[in-house]
Ligand binder design. Sequence first.
Ligand code: MF3
Ligand code: CO
Ligand code: CO
Length: 276
Amino acid sequence: MRIDCLTAVECEAMRRAGRVAAETLAWVGAQLRVGMTTKEIDRLVRLDTERRGARPSQLGYHGFPASVCTSRNQVVCHGIPSEDDVLGWGDIVNVDVTSCLGGYHGDTSRTFCLGEPAPEVKQLVVVAEHCLNAGISVVRAGARLGDIGAAIEEVARAAGLSVVREYGGHGIGRSMHAPPHVAHHGQRGTGRRLKAGMALTIEPMLNLGSPDVRLLADGWTVVTADGRPSAQFEHTVLVTATGAEVLTRLEPELTPRPERLPHEGSLDAAAATIRA
Ligand code: MF3
Ligand code: CO
Ligand code: CO
């Protein structure tokens, strides 16, 4: 299967699409509260995506009925937002945003904690993000797909967690899903070689219990076979000669934060205030 390499102009379009997806995920993520329904998350994602001039890629994709996937606790991925699905204290929920801007897609997700989940569940969430970062860290032109899976599996195994095998990352560009399949398990030095200009997602799903999953009768919702929690993080990355450009990671200065307080003139001034 042919894997597209993007031109410089296409890479620019992917940067813009990736930034929109990341900004929507950050904006929606900051509003999650205990008692909110996942249907409300869907409304927020649609509103924010559209006001940024983009379209929710997932809406209507093979008939998917919502603008975002919301996967709570034992839901591994592709959870359908619902008025009956309420965020409870101690829950975890993955919000997976895919935005299409100017014909190109950006795809990113995070798992959020509501209140204070059990320690092992918080640990699952932390390790899932480490697994994503481990996968990203081996990306560069000349590396192989198996290097990504191996790096993820190593972090998961060290933490005693299991990696879902039935679903993986994917190529992305003018289509939300394109070749290749990016497995989150594998062997170093095997699989297709990465080239500069390829755009991929890495999106490991980590389980507290068994790696096995099953599909619910709605045809979308994937849950753990044993009913224990699952966590996922996803970024869209561009392969470069020396590494990966993460298209869905906001620059620190773009991260939503409170307004600067009047006395916070500079770091030096802040230090002086603390000393005084
Ligand atoms: N955003 C999902 C992914 O990471 C795509 C889900 S397809 C849908 O690949 F139809 F379920 F939305
Ligand atoms: Co994806
Ligand atoms: Co996604």
